[in-house]
Write a protein that binds this ligand. Structure first.
Ligand code: GSH
Length: 252
């Protein structure tokens, strides 16, 4: 079996997405934690973005093209379906995940008021990063402000539709999440999991499992609760690329 390494930080939704794709395909891989402040672990790539996936001697970036690369090399359990039509509808939903679901998460980090809850989440994120790439105390302490000023998050904000408020966006995303399930059992009404499920899953459970949200809001909606039950058998108990001791809430 060829050597597979996934470089990244577990606080990145895109890194977790690729991790879940690898788990689904049952491909053994090494997760190499990257320090987001000083990403020396990926210096060999000459660029700062994670995830980086290395298969044998070749490395590539960008989660969706990475999923496509995995399908080319390991066609069993396809992430992008088996026909051109399936591929197109999976890619359309995957774009929604990036442009709406994930973007809304970054937007709340960027626009959210720096109150006690915001600091709690930010410091917890810093603790998660530090558990794998130790950070100096002053950096951990400054994490709430660093989230506000991170250049890549600022850059992502260029894609936000400023005529829609953050709370309107969050409400829209929650409704579209249910719509896009299309009755399940997997996203897009598919009978098998796809890239879309693995882009969504680690995003919607992360804050709950890592102790940043008290409730897993998702499970209040019966169709999403069913989906969670459908997808879980395809993944390990902790597919979030964090050490087990950082997981404080198991899924119900
Ligand atoms: N389109 C990329 C986005 C990846 C991305 O935005 N990664 C962020 C972490 S969540 C990153 O590496 N930011 C640091 C930087 O760009 O300097 C993907 O799908 O993989």
């Amino acid at each position: 079996m060829v050597n597979i390494k996934l470089y990244g930080y577990s606080t990145s939704p895109y890194v977790r997405k690729v991790g879940c794709c690898l788990y689904y395909k049952k491909l053994p891989f090494e997760f190499v934690p990257v320090n987001p402040i000083d990403p020396k672990e990926i210096a060999f790539t000459g660029q700062p973005q994670v995830p980086v996936l290395q298969i044998g001697d070749e490395w590539r970036t960008d989660s969706t093209p990475l999923a496509s690369w995995l399908d080319e090399l390991f066609p069993e359990k396809p992430l992008l379906g088996s026909t051109q039509q399936e591929r197109e509808s999976i890619l359309a939903l995957d774009s929604w995940v990036s442009d709406s679901l994930i973007l809304a998460g970054f937007r709340s980090a960027h626009e959210g008021e720096i109150n006690a809850k915001f600091r709690h989440i930010a410091w917890r994120l810093a603790a998660i990063v530090s558990s794998q790439t130790p950070l100096p105390d002053e950096i951990r302490n400054a994490w709430p402000d660093l989230l506000k000023t991170a250049p890549f998050i600022k850059h992502m904000m260029c894609d936000v539709d400023s005529t829609e408020s953050l709370s309107e966006m969050q409400a829209r995303v929650s409704l579209q999440l249910i719509e896009n399930l299309q009755g399940g059992p997997f996203f897009g009404g598919r009978k098998d999991p796809s890239l879309v499920d693995f882009a969504i899953f680690p995003q919607v459970v992360f804050n709950y499992m890592l102790g940043m949200d008290q409730h897993l809001g998702l499970t209040r909606e019966p169709s999403l609760k069913n989906w969670l039950d459908n997808i879980r058998p395809f993944l390990p108990k902790n597919p979030l690329l964090v050490p087990d001791y950082m997981v404080v809430n198991a899924l119900p």
